[in-house]
Design a protein around this ligand. Sequence first.
Ligand code: GRF
Length: 187
Amino acid sequence: MVKINSCIFISGTGTNLNALINNSRNYNFPINIRLVISNKKNALGLKIAKKFSIPFKIIDTNNPLFERYILNEITKRKINLICLAGYMKILSKGFLKNFKGKIMNIHPSLLPKYKGTKTFERILKNKEKVTGCTVHYVNEKLDSGKIILKKKIDVLKKDNVQTLKKRTQKVEYRAYSEAIIKVFRKF
Ligand code: GRF
């Protein structure tokens, strides 16, 4: 099957990246991961890219020209889908207009609830009983683009930030791939 050339943007541990790479190796999975872009040179996720021999670029978002550099890389490699996976930088309107409907993100809450950071802390503080994750398209507003898919989990009485994060991330790994299949697989 002809797969969609994709690039994954990371800033941190890259566990979602790891899950996406594993699934992308399946013949029937709609995307190929051609490039990983990190804005942090020490991001652990870069080790995952190396392990799987996926080309990666470190593009520092403190550089005012960073979006131009990103654009160069993704044009050069004919990338048609960008998946943000823990990428801690908001992309400008100007950048996003080049990729309308072609940038996705995963967020560790049931959007529109708990946009932004410190998600697990706020969910626990508010004594939510159910939470989860959301895969959505990216627009110029934080965590606000059209929702593709959500997955729910229960918040347990004994949960703390670490346990809730771990269980949420476990469903994220399935959710991101399912969202990609939902969007791209043609039956
Ligand atoms: C994920 O929990 C995702 O929801 C959020 O950032 C985290 C990234 O984790 N946007 P990882 O780098 O994939 O391990």
